[in-house]
Design a protein around this ligand. Structure first.
Ligand SMILES: Cc1cc2nc3c(=O)[nH]c(=O)nc-3n(C[C@H](O)[C@H](O)[C@H](O)COP(=O)(O)O)c2cc1C
Length: 338
């Protein structure tokens, strides 16, 4: 069995943590156990109590980081045998949930998609036009991929854009949700973790003034006031930008799958369309608001026995935002209880 030391684990953790996570919370932590295995634990202080009351999204984010870890190991020729502990709901130590354990076993070669972890990002602006050729490649890849449904053309985009705005408004009407979201927004460059976690102005494609106004309105009763006079809808609307996407991709997975396994598949899916030259912008509300998910299930004939996980707008993006991540050293924990 291969062995790694803490310094190597820190480098691997930094690479693994390029994975997407909800609100850029980056909840996955990495521990080397006495037997030389790597534990992936979820830092519960990063949980979204309102947006993710069952910690399902946290499991997905840990799964994505786990997939990142297996790719980072494979990049060094090291194979990984993964045990998924999420369904057990086990505490590793107070404040941490055990997500998975990786035993370093055998040899591995990097999958092609591993070369795209640095090129993948969330794009929340207007997309650039895609060529007919790249769009055809995307559609043909989606057709051959079991857990992806391609939704292209103006009618489908407009249907999804409208549904997304409606679902977003439903969710944003809850004050506690908005407060939690704003707490993870980094709306001033003076924020102490502006470049390390959460959603900053660059990631949100907002100017300083726009950010200041958004923060003020979202985190106060001003939103309800705006809602009463019909101004909340235009405030949360993303339809204009959604309509610039080349297509939408509906990502689904088998019912009852562990969130960690789903998160691994989600990261693979995102890297695979990155490889085809597309950036993505998720609309998680379309999967989380039951009426929206049901509507999409019918309109796009989702197979039975599957759950809609997310819907992503995809298209070429003019320029990637700067990557904001925690220092790799903060991602590695000592095995012994502190
Ligand atoms: C499970 C999951 C759901 C997400 N849902 C949304 C979403 O609804 N809207 C959004 O703008 N970003 C969403 N994201 C993207 C994250 O905010 C993003 O990955 C994070 O901010 C890190 O940025 P990066 O993807 O550019 O590395 C989601 C990510 C994950 C893993």
């Amino acid at each position: 069995m291969s062995r790694i030391d803490t310094a190597t684990l820190t480098i691997l953790a930094g690479e693994a943590n390029r994975a997407p996570s909800t609100h850029n919370t980056q909840p996955a932590r990495f521990v080397l156990d006495e037997a030389g295995r790597i534990l992936i634990v979820a830092d519960l202080s990063r949980r979204l109590a309102i947006g993710d009351p069952t910690n399902r999204d946290m499991g997905l984010s840990c799964g994505a980081a786990l997939e990142g870890l297996t790719m980072a190991l494979a990049g060094r020729g090291i194979g990984a045998a993964v045990e998924d502990f999420w369904p057990e709901d086990m505490q590793w130590r107070p404040g941490y949930r055990l997500a998975a354990r990786v035993t370093l076993a055998g040899e591995a070669t990097s999958p092609e998609r591993a070369a795209f972890t640095e090129k993948r990002f969330t794009w929340r602006g207007a997309f650039s036009p895609a060529t007919a050729e790249t769009l055809a490649k995307l559609e043909s890849w989606a057709l051959q991929t079991d857990d992806v449904i391609f939704a292209g053309g103006r009618d489908a985009l407009s249907f999804i854009a409208t549904l997304n705005d409606e679902a977003s408004l439903t969710v944003m009407r809850e004050r506690a949700f908005r407060e939690e979201l704003v707490a993870w927004m980094r709306l001033s460059p003076n924020h102490p973790t502006y470049a390390a976690d959460g959603l900053n102005l660059d990631a949100l494609r907002m100017g300083r003034m726009e950010g200041a106004v958004a923060g003020r309105i979202l985190a106060s009763p001003l939103f309800d006031l705006a809602d009463r006079v019909g101004l909340a809808k235009p405030l949360v609307s993303e339809a204009g930008k959604t309509m610039t996407a080349a297509a939408c991709l509906l990502f689904h997975r088998p019912d009852g799958e562990s969130p960690v396994a789903t998160g691994r598949a989600f990261y693979r899916f995102w890297l695979d369309f990155t490889r085809l030259g597309f950036a993505g912008w998720p609309m998680a509300v379309l999967a989380d608001v039951p009426v929206a998910a049901d509507t999409l299930r019918k309109r796009f004939s989702l197979p039975s026995g599957c759950r809609l996980i997310n819907v992503l707008r995809v298209g070429p993006a003019p320029s990637p935002p700067a990557k904001c991540r925690l220092p790799a050293g903060d991602l590695v924990l000592e095995e012994k209880p502190t």
